[in-house]
Write a protein that binds this ligand. Structure first.
Ligand code: URP
Ligand code: ZN
Ligand code: ZN
Ligand code: ZN
Length: 462
């Protein structure tokens, strides 16, 4: 036969088009797109299905150390299994540099954890927490050549946060090495000030996590991060933007001609701070915190108008009913010790499809751009990944646009023991996930052993 696989009779969606076509796959790549194809070892019937580039989730945390006595709920096996069930074909986890550690040592530890365990393709970002001259002058440039072409900086969290001077130096290393700089923008001093005040007043419940990280904390840091990027003359990705004011900083910078990109996440579209003010509020503790319905509406505007280029999960899973998770004994004493982060790699695509496409807020093309194509473009995976085109990897999700599902822990495959979206109704569901031509999930079953690979990346387009 001419092809290993033909995906037949579906509606193909890319970031620019929607059209009926068959897709021919050979050697893990897309080799033909035509009205009708024949001659394959396997024909997959895609009638009534959307055939889209598999989701690329460029913001996930897997097996990342998260404090004394805290254990992340997912390893590479469970995180990538959950990703595959959620219609994703590539995830981009973070390789976290501990203080005093070289980036290479950090990478070899994560590679050891990921090797042979992944159900989808994986490509690491770095987290630079200790920007020594060796790290910035030698390691980052060498690693960028080897395909680690992005890294995240933090403005908050003890052990991770960089000073403004360090941020400028690290941004300059991004500029010289051609890597993509990303930043977590929250003002650490302001958070600590508000947190200490809250604790003194005896306000230690989970809801005070949100109240001590109010919008100005994020807006100020976003503004400062953008100013630093302007000074260092480097493009910058602002990750996990939660509200209008931070978004406006991005829009204003762009209007001035700066290359500032924005990311938002499902939690900012469908959760609010009130979700922390419930008996099990620790389940929804993440940073930045979800805000209010006005902020949700603002983030939707950013999605619709293109202020956000990417929509990622910020999957950062902990178990709830676990002293190594959200019920850490210190976290029971005060919100400051509750591990930050929520699971979401499996629910990211259904939430945007249902709330975005089905409710008429965004087109199918924009859905694909926000969930796959723009991630590939901005992080150096395009055109190998993120689109359906001849020569691209056959990373494909078949989507049933009419399937109605209720999000629930029962149906998910992550290592967490809960979902923040319990009971949330969606229309549209991934029914088959294919990575480089291999079916990984079909009809709710994981159908092959782990075949995910680490993918080195190109330097992102300027
Ligand atoms: O609360 C969150 N988002 N935890 C994950 C770490 C981060 O800052 O992205
Ligand atoms: Zn497995
Ligand atoms: Zn962050
Ligand atoms: Zn994150």
């Amino acid at each position: 036969p001419s092809f290993d696989t033909i995906i037949s009779g579906g509606t193909v969606v890319t970031a620019s088009d929607t059209f009926k076509a068959d897709i021919g796959i050979r050697g893990g790549r897309i080799v033909a797109i035509a009205d009708t194809l024949t001659g394959a070892a396997e024909v997959i019937d895609a009638s009534g299905r959307l055939v889209m580039p598999g989701g690329i989730d460029s913001h996930v945390h897997i097996s990342q150390p998260s404090g004394e006595g805290v254990v992340m709920a997912d390893d590479f096996d469970s995180a990538t299994r959950s990703a595959a069930f959620g219609g994703n074909t590539t995830v981009m986890p973070f390789c976290f540099q501990e203080q005093g550690q070289s980036l290479r040592d950090a990478l070899s530890w994560y590679h050891g954890l990921a090797e042979g365990q992944c159900h989808v393709d994986v490509s690491f970002h770095l987290i630079v927490s200790d920007p020594t001259p060796q790290v910035l002058g030698q390691e980052l440039p060498a690693l960028a050549e080897e395909g680690y072409t992005s890294f995240k900086m933090f403005m908050t969290y003890e052990g991770l946060k960089l000073t403004d001077r360090q941020i400028l130096e690290t941004m300059t290393a991004a500029k010289l090495s051609g890597a993509r700089a990303m930043i977590h923008a929250e003002n650490d001093d302001a958070i600590n000030f508000l947190r200490d005040q809250a604790e003194l007043a005896g306000d230690t419940a989970p809801k005070f996590h949100a109240l001590t990280r109010p919008i100005p904390v994020e807006r100020e840091a976003t503004h400062r991060a953008i100013s630093l990027a302007e000074i260092a003359d480097v493009p910058l990705m602002i990750v996990h933007v939660s509200n209008r004011e931070a978004m406006e900083e991005i829009a204003r910078a762009r209007a001035r001609g700066l290359k500032i990109y924005g990311e938002t996440c499902p939690q900012y579209l469908v959760l609010t701070a009130e979700d922390l003010d419930i008996p099990q509020g620790a389940k929804n503790v993440c940073s930045p915190p979800p805000r209010d319905t006005a902020s949700q509406a603002a983030c939707w505007e950013g999605i619709e108008q293109g202020i956000f280029d990417v929509y990622s999960s910020d999957h950062c899973p902990f178990r709830y009913d676990d002293t190594a998770g959200k019920k850490h004994p210190m976290g029971e004493k005060s919100f400051r010790w509750i591990p930050n982060g929520i699971p979401g790699v499996e629910t990211r695509l259904p939430i945007l499809f249902s709330e975005g496409v089905v409710k008429g807020r965004i087109s199918l093309q924009r859905f694909v751009a926000l969930t796959a194509t723009n991630h590939a473009r901005l992080y150096g995976l395009y055109p190998r990944k993120g689109t359906i085109a001849i020569g691209a990897d056959a990373d494909i999700v078949l989507w049933d646009p009419e399937r109605q599902m209720t999000l629930s822990q029962d149906i998910l495959h992550h290592g967490s023991d809960y979902t923040p979206y319990e009971g949330f109704e969606v229309t549209g569901w991934p029914v088959l996930t294919m990575v480089r031509g291999q079916v990984v999930v079909r009809d709710g079953t994981l159908s092959t052993p782990s075949t995910g690979l680490h993918i080195p990346r190109e330097k992102p387009q300027a």
